[in-house]
Ligand binder design. Structure first.
Ligand SMILES: [Zn+2]
Length: 363
């Protein structure tokens, strides 16, 4: 068996005696070269660990009276203890008796716990919020949407004339009563933007109209925003973004609190980001509406090209101007258009309303 060099303390004097420590199956055998008569037999059942540090030095204690001590400063000693006495407490971890054995299991438990909490926070709660959004009754969505749009437009300058034309444009384009009533509002603003507000509202910031070169492009924009409404994208995204607030409100059983939080965050709708899948879904649904109304589907391609080309010259919100996927959207739209036979018909009414929308505001 292994032999190590260490220092022995008899518990009466503070001087250490250099000893050889022989590790035997059930005992330690301590001898010294300086005194042939010296022999200490330590029963391994009575040996305890005295150090709880991570140093190279292992300090053991022997339950005699008075207690005796042994210090071994040898990097291999701890490994030898573990190997020869795998079940003994004194061969346990240097991290102390709190964690017996390998610290890995405890760390894994901690890691799993952290993952669970993070998973709940980043996935489960937002996912639950989305499911709630999906199943929200239409009447509740309408009520919430009204609070949102009212709160949002309070600080904006509405263009009443253009709102009227945009609404007529929409009605001609949409004309699908089963998907509910949609209100379109044109707002005077320095930014070019358009977004869907839950409960059936589309807000258009006037400069984006000037970005369109044809009624087909404007139809593409409106069809896209309308698709976000149809699929409840904005409601889902809003719920998702605010889901951590929801949790707090739900914990306190405060459903009104949820409504208040949502209404207070109405402004976040302006810069709401949807992921690529949702954008693609809205593009495809919008394209289907254009097809159904015999509007040239290239209008949607033209709109994205205009957004891409003009982004240096006009004031676009960041989520529109830095959209890295405009190219890919243009590509999949072109591919889709090429794969189908679109029957296109000039629509003079849409052309008329679009021209009215393009005119300089009177006020
Ligand atoms: Zn979109």
């Amino acid at each position: 068996m292994a032999v190590f060099e260490g220092l022995y303390f008899n518990g009466k004097t503070s001087a250490g005696l250099p000893v050889s420590v022989e590790l035997l199956p059930t005992e330690f055998r301590l001898t010294t070269r300086t005194d042939a008569d010296f022999l200490r037999i330590w029963d391994t059942n009575l040996i305890g660990r005295n150090d709880f540090n991570d140093a190279e030095l292992v300090e053991l204690q022997y339950a005699a009276s008075p207690p005796e001590y042994l210090e071994v400063k040898d990097p291999a000693f701890f490994g030898a203890l573990k190997m020869h006495y795998p079940k003994a407490a004194f061969a346990g971890s240097r991290y102390g008796s709190l964690i017996s054995g390998n610290p890995l299991p405890l760390l894994s438990v901690l890691a799993v716990f952290v993952l669970l909490v993070a998973g709940a926070y980043f996935w489960l709660i937002p996912k639950t919020a989305e499911v709630i959004a999906e199943n929200l009754p239409v009447s509740a969505e309408a009520k919430l949407g009204q609070a949102l749009i009212d709160g949002m437009l309070e600080a904006e300058e509405k263009d009443s004339v253009k709102t009227m034309y945009a609404q007529r444009f929409f009605n001609l384009l949409h004309a699908s009563p089963q998907s509910g009533k949609v209100s379109v509002t044109v707002v005077k603003h320095r930014q070019a933007n358009a977004f869907a507000v839950p409960g059936g509202h589309i807000v258009v910031y006037e400069p984006i109209i000037h970005l369109t070169d044809s009624y087909e492009e404007f139809a593409g924009l409106i069809a896209h925003e309308n698709a976000h409404l149809q699929h409840r994208h904005s409601l889902k995204a809003l719920f998702r973004n605010l889901s951590s607030y929801f949790l707090v409100s739900l914990l306190f059983g405060d459903l009104n609190g949820i409504m208040v939080v949502v209404a207070e965050n109405a402004n976040s709708l302006k810069s709401l980001e949807y992921n690529r899948e949702l954008e693609k879904e809205a593009d495809m649904t919008g394209l289907a509406l254009l097809e159904q109304k015999h509007i040239d589907p290239n209008g949607m391609v033209g709109l994205f090209s205009a957004l891409k080309d003009e982004k240096e010259n006009i004031d676009l919100p960041e989520f529109l101007s830095t959209h890295p996927v405009l190219d890919s959207r243009i590509n999949y739209l072109k591919a889709k258009i090429a794969s189908r036979k679109f029957r296109v018909q000039q629509n003079d009414s849409l052309q008329y309303y679009w021209q009215k929308l393009k005119e300089k505001s009177i006020e």
